[in-house]
Write a protein that binds this ligand. Structure first.
Ligand SMILES: NC(=O)c1ccc[n+]([C@@H]2O[C@H](COP(=O)([O-])OP(=O)(O)OC[C@H]3O[C@@H](n4cnc5c(N)ncnc54)[C@H](OP(=O)(O)O)[C@@H]3O)[C@@H](O)[C@H]2O)c1
Length: 342
């Protein structure tokens, strides 16, 4: 049954970068444009990017106006649709990743472009569904679009027990890949259950001494792990990082000012050089929302090939604790905030 849309809503906001304590504020419920869907959010996934944005660490890439509602992932119910929206109707269960320019899922409602949403996988609940978009899209875009891996190829996925890693292992297996992953003893059983073929304990072993001839690496760590990753791939293979330095290509794709392109070119030059020394290619991915890809991921979820891995669920009022837990960097799978009852 259709419910009235309130004029205001609760949202978890910051007033300035670096503000560690998010505040529960009352703000206007967002208005929708012709191509938008207004979603009543029931659950919101937490990602490392949330505390990084809070701390202003992405400011060079994107500088948000304040106050800012945090949060990127969502699952919920369509509350209203814009004039051009035929794909979704009021009452549909949906999930998605908000556009980087219009984030704000730690809130009761969000206005989101229709192309950034997909129908929620029917067998998953809202909490499970909200855990998937950002991490699964990152993995999909890295393995499929950037590395163009084919069944039988070998991939190394760093931090297999984390939010991106748990999605990436499953997507890689759904693509028919051989998967090596790094994990500590605490994450070993999890990555094994998800189907990793070769598990390297990063606390006691050096992956770069064990692996050779790989077709790609998904780097979620940067630093030493990234630099050593260039050694393990075949000539011409890609090491795609989601956590190191952006490239000049990203500045172009995003239409950033020329000085930022030069800055990224200079900052990423040592990585391009290090990659070249080993015949590898360095690439940086900043994932993008994509409802079509989410529908594919949802189909895999329905087939049991890509299933949510949830570490902890927090109440809406405990968003602060959810971000602090994410910041510790020890999660096994995903963290989700329950915004409203299903
Ligand atoms: N550019 C993009 O579009 C994009 C998208 C998504 C994520 N990211 C970035 O990707 C990174 C990972 O995100 P996430 O959400 O997956 O993080 P996460 O869930 O916080 O990762 C935590 C996991 O990483 C493991 N870990 C920590 N250090 C490790 C190491 N040296 N080797 C292997 N595993 C290690 C931990 O295992 P133990 O506790 O057992 O050590 C823990 O299980 C973040 O920097 C995030 O910002 C970027």
């Amino acid at each position: 049954m259709e419910q009235a849309i309130p004029a205001t809503m609760h949202a978890m906001t910051i007033q300035a970068y670096g503000q560690k304590n998010v505040e529960k504020t009352t703000v206007p419920t967002p208005a929708i444009g012709k191509d938008d869907v207004l979603v009543k959010i029931l659950a919101a996934g937490v990602n490392s990017v949330d505390f990084k944005i809070r701390d202003g660490r992405l400011k060079l890439l994107i500088d948000y106006p304040m106050p800012l509602i945090l949060g990127n992932d969502l699952a919920g119910i369509v509350a209203a649709v814009g004039d051009n929206v035929r794909e979704f109707a009021v009452g549909d269960a949906v999930y998605g990743r908000a556009d980087k320019d219009r984030m704000g899922t730690f809130a009761e409602y969000i206005a989101i472009k229709k192309q950034h949403l997909a129908k929620k996988p029917p067998h998953l609940n809202f909490t499970e569904s909200a855990s998937l978009p950002l991490a699964a899209l990152t993995a999909y875009q890295a393995l499929h679009e950037r590395m163009k891996l084919q069944a039988g190829d070998k991939v190394l996925i760093h931090a297999g027990a984390g939010g991106v890693g748990t999605a990436a292992i499953q997507i890689a297996k759904a693509m028919g890949l051989f998967v090596a992953t790094t994990a500590s003893a605490a994450g070993r059983a999890l990555v094994e259950r998800l189907g990793a073929d070769l598990i390297i304990d990063y606390k006691t072993e050096d992956f770069s001494e064990q692996l050779r001839g790989y077709d790609g690496v998904l780097d979620t760590l940067g630093g030493d792990a990234l630099r050593k990753s260039f050694r393990v791939v075949k000539r011409g293979a890609k090491v795609v990082s989601v956590s190191a330095v952006p490239t000049a290509q990203l500045a172009d794709e995003w239409g950033l000012p020329f000085y930022k392109k030069i800055l990224f070119a200079l900052a990423s030059a040592p990585l391009h050089l290090a990659a070249k020394k080993h015949g590898a290619v360095y690439d940086f991915l900043f994932m993008r929302p994509d409802g079509g890809q989410l529908a594919e991921i949802g189909a895999w979820a329905e087939q049991g090939k890509v299933l949510p891995v949830i570490d902890k669920v927090f109440a809406f009022d405990d968003t602060q604790q959810a971000l602090a837990y994410s910041e510790q960097g020890r999660a096994k799978g995903k963290i989700v905030i329950k915004i409203a009852d299903e």
